[in-house]
Design a protein around this ligand. Sequence first.
Ligand code: C5P
Length: 221
Amino acid sequence: LRDGPLKGKRILITSGPTHEPIDPVRYIANRSSGAQGTAIANALAALGADVVFVTGPADAARPRGVEIVEVQSAREMLEAVETALPADAAVFAAAVADWRVASASDSKIKKDGMGKLPVLEFAENPDILATVSQMKAGRPGLVVGFAAETDDVVAHATAKRERKQCDWIVANDVSPETGIMGGSENQVVVISDQGAEAWPRMGKDQVAKRLAAEISTALQE
Ligand code: C5P
């Protein structure tokens, strides 16, 4: 066991995008780099936690000194999360695809040569954060979700916290003029049953460190 205030605590993190298959060679994805989730995993490991890092196919270098579970799709991510539980805390930083292709083709979809276009039908993916938040048995003691918003950040994130029933929501404004998406800085509002706390703008690594410290404090209580 590692030393530090989180020694002996098991913490699950989801991170990165998911890839939803269209056929064996094509997929639908999003632009999540996995940077913030990776920084949080590193910060929690530095405090001595046993971290399980469930990641979609992200560009970011994998965190060090943690257990890594690689998945592709949202449904695989949910399965990996359920396998990794129980945990003392869970942080859901992944950008999970809301929809998957309803019936992905087993073989590569071909052009028919007559100009007929394929039509994709979608099905809704499971909401991993809501599923874990609403577990009747074995729910982690602290469940943290994220919310990327472009307007009315606090109102939308507060509603999201209530709808999903997580303990904290880390919300940020990803409007293009903030330069946050794809940048190295972040400005977040942390919403809990204590209300909304706006943190100053700081590096994503600093956000990760402060969040890890607050998780540590919450788990000691
Ligand atoms: O509803 P929205 O996607 O904005 O919620 C964001 C939060 O929910 C993030 O913590 C994200 O990881 C989580 N989420 C999830 N499974 C989904 C969709 C979102 O765990 N299918």
